[in-house]
Each structure stands twice: as C-alpha cells, then as structure tokens.
Design a protein around this ligand. Structure first.
Ligand SMILES: O=C(O)CCC(=O)C(=O)O
Ligand SMILES: [Fe+2]
Length: 480
C-alpha cells in the first residue's frame, strides 16, 4: 500500500500520432487522492494507476462511483484476475460534458479534470468528448504544410509583440503575431475602424495566396466539424446565439512562438468583433506545444453594481485558474484544432511555457499557429456601442458572479489603453437567437448578414457560370 501513497510525478511525452494514452500530472500533492487510488488499486489490481486516476477524476474523486463504473464496464474477471487490460483512450469511461446549456459548471455534468492537476489528452475522440475542441492530425498534405510553414517563418521575422495594460502596468505578450485579412479594403477598415487592447492595429496584412488556399480547406473541415458537434454534442441543434450559417473565416491571426519560453497566458478570445459563441479554426505548424484549456468557474464576489462587477471581472487575476484543473492538448505540426461554439464563453486557454521542446526539422525551435476567424458584419464597430471615451465598447460575458452568469454586456475598454482610465459605461447586450445584436439602434445586423450572404452567393454564381469554382468554393465576402 505504501507504494501507492507516495505516488511519483510522471512527465508524459508520448507520440500523439500513435494514439497515446491520456495521463495526469500533479501540480500540488494531494494525499487523499493517493489513498483513494490505493483503495481502487486493491479493488481493481489489473488496472494501472494512471488509468484509475483518470476515471477517479471523471467521477469527481468519488471512489465508490468509480468502482461501480469499473465493475459495470470491465470484463468480469478484470477486477481480481491477472488479465492485462489494454486501455487506449478514456472513451469507455466517458462522462457527459455536452455543452448545450450555458449554466455555471456546478449545475452541469462533471469535467474530467481536477484541482491542481493537468490531464494530458492525445486521442482525438477523448479531446472532443472532454473539451470544447476537436482535433484533426495531419491536416494538410505534408508538402503543403511545410511550404506554408516556411512562408510564415519568413513573415514572422517582422511580427511584433502586442502591448496591453494589465493591473495598471503596460505589458507585452510573450510571443509575436501578425494579422491578416482578405482584401485591401478590409485592411484599411481594420487599420481605421477596429480597436484592439485600446489601440489601432498599424500592421495589418492581406492573406497570402497560400493562407487563402489553406483557408478554403480549413473552412470545409471546420464546417464539417461544426455539424458533427451539433449532431453529437448539442442534441442536434446549434447553441443559442451561435451563428446559423456556414462558418466563413475572413481574418487570421498568425502567432509565432520562438523557443520554449514564448507563450500565451490564460485568456478567452475577444467576442467584440466575433460575436457570441464564435468558432475558430486553429492550425499548428512546427514545434509541438501544449495548448491548455480550463473551465471558467464563477467566484463569489462582493461587488454591488454591474459596473463594479464588470471591472472586477476584467481585472480578474485568475486566482481560480487551477480550481477545475487543466487539460493539456498536444498540438503537433500540421494539426487543425477547432475551438467550438461552447469554448470562448465557458473555457479559457493558454500556450504554456515548455520545459523543453523537440526541435522541428523545418522550424527549429519555433512554432507557428494560424487562427482563422469570422468577423461578423453585425459586430463591425460602426454597429456596436461606443462609450463616451470614444473607444468602441468591448463585448464580454458574465463569468464571475453566479447571478447573471452567461449574460453579455458592453463596457468601456479605455481601461486597457495605456495612460487611460475606463469610464462608467455599461450596457447589457441583447441578441436574437442567431447572435445578431438587438436594440442598438445603429444598423441592422441581420441586414448586414443577409448582404454578406447575398454577396457570397453572387460570387459563387459568377464562378459557377465561368466554370471556375474550386473544391473549397469560398472567396472572401468583401473582396473586390
Ligand atoms: O497558439 C495557439 O495555439 C493559440 C493562440 C491563441 O490563443 C490566440 O491567438 O488567441
Ligand atoms: Fe486565444
């Protein structure tokens, strides 16, 4: 029994392509878990410790429930005999984590992770069952992936760090990035109308022909994955506020992580221009890194007004970052990760600094990541509220207070501008079922979406007529 009580940390680094097993690393020692494991081990001696721990976590640490599941699902002789039980994934022990309702986590099915621990997932089916993501390994033909990687490594030489304000300090992100859109006209719009972290983006580029070609492939795959997710995880119906039409990316952030220490801290992607329940297609090239996700948990907070609560939330120092545990998804070269509609509002993600990395034959120590996104026309800054400071308001969702959990609001963003204080501006955001803004009195988002769809249809028809339509079939809606 002693051998179980002092369980050693394990550093997992199996090859995802080989369908490696999930594993857990502890961030803090927790003796009671070891004791529970010892009990489970004595009841189910044929099963290994890592697997028992995974299943124990799936049952929120309840030994009896874990043991019941094991008894129900394992072959009769596996608990007492010497049979070797092979376990290639968590599938047979899955708990339902379907994300179709936006409710505080305590009211939902249990998450497969726990305080202070990181669960490492490799198997695509485990990833889609236990996180709001799906992954496709070896996404592009190998030469195409290498060629895009080479092009972006070259581009990334002129990428810059972004600077923003955090707790009254001006800090820069510990990695570099570039921003790409579909046309010259969109580039001008981005430079002059959109605001990021309180500043305008000076360096906006147009998608290279390779990024355009890959975009069409990503679009096709992401739309397939969205439908699959709706069918298998959302009960056959898109989420409330999720955009109903096909996902049509029109912008891409390209991130470069040069060496193991470059990273991105815990965050959710800004909803301001993507709207609620956005989907993002994220292609990784070069060095394998860990993409970590964790569920956002409500905190008990004491703020009395909505403005105070909104400010507290935007200044949240992530003190509860480890309460639900973390899941690490390993992103190897040429893998496409789809962040589904249940991701941004309910989970945070990060790229953790790495202790060590395996150099990539083309990229050396560098990792390139492309996140394709759809900027919704209804969320163009001309259509959304502007606060008295003159900075377009940012769209956020309540994730701190249980009360109003999941409600969206607009707030002043000047607090993120170096040298500026935020004003009192606060407005609840209202959307129709498809996530289009309601009641802003400044442009009809539905009309904008109809116009965009019509334009796309016209382009498709023109291409059909001239017999030029390719397999992806997508051209940027606003390309001239
Ligand atoms: O590098 C990644 O995989 C994630 C990047 C990311 O989170 C972002 O661009 O918002
Ligand atoms: Fe992100």
């Amino acid at each position: 029994m002693d051998a179980f009580v002092t369980r050693k940390k394990r550093k997992p680094e199996p090859d995802p392509a080989l369908g490696a097993q999930p594993s857990v690393t502890n961030n803090t020692p927790e003796e009671s878990t070891d004791l529970k494991l010892a009990i489970l081990s004595s009841l189910h001696p044929a099963l290994d410790q890592e697997m028992l721990l995974d299943i124990l976590l799936a049952h929120d640490g309840n030994v009896e429930a874990t043991s019941q599941t094991l008894r129900a699902r394992l072959p009769k002789n596996s608990g007492t005999g010497n049979a070797v039980v092979a376990q290639s994934s968590l599938r047979s022990f899955a708990v339902n984590t379907s994300g179709s309702d936006f409710a505080p986590p305590s009211k939902r099915a249990k998450v497969l992770s726990r305080k202070g621990a990181t669960l490492h997932l490799y198997d695509p089916i485990d990833i889609s069952e236990h996180t709001p993501c799906t992954i496709i390994h070896n996404f592009l033909p190998a030469e195409e992936a290498d060629s895009l990687l080479k092009e972006l490594l070259e581009e990334s030489k002129s990428f810059e760090k972004i600077t923003f304000k955090l707790f009254d300090n001006v800090v820069s992100s510990p990695h570099t990035l570039g921003f790409y859109v579909g046309s010259y006209q969109e580039m001008q719009e981005q430079k002059h109308a959109y605001v990021y972290n309180g500043s305008r983006m000076a360096d906006v580029r147009t998608l290279t022909p390779q990024l355009e070609r890959v975009k069409a492939r990503v679009q096709e795959a992401v739309n397939r994955e969205i439908q699959e997710r709706i069918r298998t995880r959302y009960g056959g119906k898109k989420l409330k506020f999720q955009s109903p039409g096909p996902w049509t990316p029109n912008a891409a952030f390209v991130n470069c992580y040069n060496g193991p220490q470059e990273s991105v801290g815990w965050h959710s992607d800004q909803l301001t221009y993507l709207g609620p329940r956005p989907v993002i297609g994220s292609l990784s090239l070069g060095v394998t890194r860990e993409f970590r996700v964790r569920r956002v948990l409500p905190q008990d907070d004491t703020s009395t007004t909505n403005v105070e609560a909104a400010r507290d939330q935007s200044k949240s120092n992530d003190s509860n970052s480890d309460l639900a545990g973390q899941i690490a998804i390993h992103l190897p070269h040429n893998s496409l990760l789809v962040m589904h509609a249940d991701m941004q509002e309910e989970w945070k993600h990060s790229i953790a600094p790495a202790q060590a990395i395996d150099p990539h034959p083309v990229a050396g120590n560098r990792r390139i990541n492309i996140t394709y996104r759809h900027y919704r026309p209804g969320f163009h800054p001309r259509n959304t509220p502007r606060c008295p400071c003159g900075v377009p308001a940012v769209l956020r969702v309540v994730t701190k207070k249980r009360e109003n959990w999941g409600r969206y609001f607009w707030m002043c963003h000047a607090g993120n501008v170096p040298g500026k204080e935020a004003c009192e501006f606060f407005k609840w955001a209202e959307f129709d079922d498809d996530g289009d803004p309601l009641g802003l009195g400044c442009g009809d988002a539905r009309d904008e979406r109809r116009k965009e769809a019509k334009k796309r249809q016209e382009i498709r028809e023109r291409e059909d007529d001239s017999g030029k339509c390719d397999a992806g079939g997508y051209k940027p809606a606003t390309s001239s």
